[in-house]
Write a new protein. Structure first.
Length: 239
């Protein structure tokens, strides 16, 4: 009988001890949460590609501990909306001032867009060779060179030497990034006023830049445009 009472008391005391310990831990966690101050910072809601104009639906306010917040983190969404992403943002990335720029700022510095190790080179284009002026900054193009080779032949009847021109075209460069069209380095929107341009600025390695300049002086350059639609995305949509 005594051992039975002892067992019951041990169980009760164990339960009481467990409850007291649980309450202590819970109170401690509550106290810690109350003592931690949070601040709201602007972060990307989804993947934002470089040179994308940032809109309200691409960003959100995220709560972070005040002590862990970056001192330069932007805390007002209005400071970000309408600006241009200067790099790719992953989802949930806190946005800092040097991550964004205005269209006016970017239009002054094409050097900021050039990938390290590459060069910017401009070529003359017209309405036809620029795909009816439909090529935009950040498009991918191939460069076609059309040249004329003149073969001198003799007329079999008179013996007179005559010129026999032969025109040929070849793909000079493949998958070239367009940095700018005319002086515009930002992709146009429905509100952008149409201005016909007569030059395109391409991003090339130094070797290919030299190749393009030589080709432009020896024949006619034409750009052909790649699709921006990803085949994998199309297949997923169809499924």
């Amino acid at each position: 009988m005594r051992s039975k009472i002892t067992l019951i008391l041990a169980v009760v005391m164990g339960l009481v001890t467990t409850l007291l310990f649980y309450k202590y831990i819970n109170d401690m966690n509550t106290s810690t949460e109350e003592s931690t101050k949070f601040v709201e910072v602007v972060s990307s809601k989804q993947l934002i590609p470089e040179n994308q104009v940032i809109t309200n639906d691409l960003i959100e306010l995220k709560k972070v501990p005040e002590g862990g917040a970056h001192p330069q983190a932007i805390r007002n969404t209005q400071e970000v909306v309408g600006k241009i992403a200067l790099a790719d943002f992953v989802s949930g990335q806190v946005i800092l001032p040097h991550h964004i720029g205005s269209e006016a700022e970017e239009s002054l510095f094409i050097s900021r867009k050039i990938t390290e190790g590459f060069r910017a080179v401009s070529i003359g284009v017209n309405f036809v060779t620029s795909v009816s002026n439909l090529i935009e900054p950040e498009d991918i193009v191939d460069v076609i060179l059309t040249s004329e080779n003149i073969e001198v032949i003799s007329n079999p009847e008179t013996g007179e030497r005559i010129d026999n021109p032969e025109v040929s075209s070849e793909i000079l460069l493949k998958e070239v990034r367009v940095l700018a069209v005319g002086r515009r380095m930002i992709e146009s929107t429905t509100d952008t006023e149409f201005v016909e341009y007569t030059s395109s600025t391409l991003e090339l390695s130094p070797e290919n830049a030299l190749k393009l300049v030589n080709a432009a002086n020896s024949g006619e350059i034409q750009l052909i445009l790649h699709s921006r639609i990803d085949e994998e995305d199309v297949n997923k949509d169809e499924e």
